[in-house]
Design a protein around this ligand. Structure first.
Ligand code: SAM
Length: 319
């Protein structure tokens, strides 16, 4: 399915909950402690119905996210059910990794092959400062266990935060030690906190000067177009730079919030409710029309909606 800018739309990020077991300061919104009431959250059956409809529209790559997807009960069942659907080309999951050790084997048995783990620092004190919890050791354990169990690729998402993790060296060392793919991500302004933005482009240039970087391509790579390796590295690293090197021209995604709202651009406040029609018993064609209508209005670039960005945190939007 193509949009009006000839972009191939084939990827849906599905938020399964807005609850999270961390309190990252930059992911909190102005109304951090308001949660979607349980009865408003899509059931697994409803999510599966929407996935089946999405498949008919040529959307065949899916990512489960949140909130923290592992706090939703029996998430492995959803993974398994999605994997069973004919036509699903890719399914992945984004997690903060804290609960991952308890789930890795179940997720693997459910057919999950790859994982994105969010981790912004390798220093315990900074981890606590950023997330509000002590948990670094657990996340590091989850990463090594995921590798042992054969998840591939294991990507580590690092949001660049001024004064907290700009040095990048720790992560570069991690990519020497383990076959992980580090993705440095520019902070987007979805929270009331200001002053932590740091240009990823500048940090990338610094690395260019310090090391001989080899460029490379990795499987399932979306926006992290620039992937690099330094000679001797087991893993790699890359940059996702929504501001200093934006990739809207090749955006292939739609987002589904935990309460069933379809969002065609992270920076747009426009959403299309799919839960209402689903629960009213809408026919498949009606849902398909709603998705197509939403897609027809997908902005060409984040800059089109920049002034409208709501500071309500990615946790509630679905990261
Ligand atoms: N709880 C899961 C996790 O931690 O990966 C999934 C949801 S979380 C919202 C997804 C990703 O969004 C995390 O890597 C998080 O760091 C990132 N994120 C949250 N707020 C962000 C922001 N303002 N700018 C850039 N990335 C952000």
């Amino acid at each position: 399915m193509k949009d009006r800018f000839e972009r191939q739309i084939n990827y849906m990020r599905i938020s399964v909950t807005d609850r999270c077991n961390l309190r990252c300061f930059y992911c909190r919104g102005v109304q951090d402690f308001s949660f979607i009431p349980h009865e408003e959250i899509l059931t697994y059956e409803e999510i599966l119905r929407l996935v089946r409809i999405a498949l008919k529209l040529g959307i065949d790559r899916f990512r489960l996210t949140g909130g923290e997807p592992l706090v939703r009960k029996d998430i492995e069942n959803l993974v398994q059910e999605i994997n069973r659907l004919e036509g699903v080309r890719d399914l992945s999951l984004t997690t903060n990794g804290l609960l991952l050790p308890d789930y890795l084997e179940k997720l693997k048995a459910a057919g999950l092959k790859r994982l994105n783990i969010s981790l912004d620092t390798l220093q315990a004190d900074k981890y606590k400062k950023i997330t509000g919890f002590d948990g670094l050791e657990k996340v590091l354990f989850a990463i090594t266990r995921a590798l042992e169990l054969g998840f591939d690729p294991v990507k580590i998402n690092v949001v660049l935060l001024k004064g907290l993790n700009e040095e990048l060296d720790d992560f570069i060392q991690l990519a020497f030690a383990l076959p992980v793919h580090i993705r440095f991500i520019e902070l987007m302004e979805f929270s009331p906190e200001d002053g932590y933005f740091v240009s990823g482009k500048q940090l990338r240039e610094k690395l260019y000067h310090e090391y001989a970087l080899e460029t490379m391509k990795i499987a399932g790579s979306g926006p992290a177009r620039n992937h690099y390796r330094i000679k001797g590295m087991k893993g790699s690293f890359g940059f996702i730079l929504p501001y200093s090197d934006h990739f809207c021209g090749s955006c292939n995604r739609l987002r589904l919030s935990a309460d069933g709202k379809l969002q065609t651009c992270l920076f747009s406040s426009e959403t299309t409710d799919l839960k209402g029609p689903l629960r009213r018993g809408a026919r498949e064609e009606e849902i398909i029309s709603l998705i197509k209508e939403a897609l027809a209005r997908k902005p060409g670039s984040w800059a089109d909606n920049h002034s409208q960005v709501k500071r309500n945190g990615l946790r509630s939007i679905g990261g």
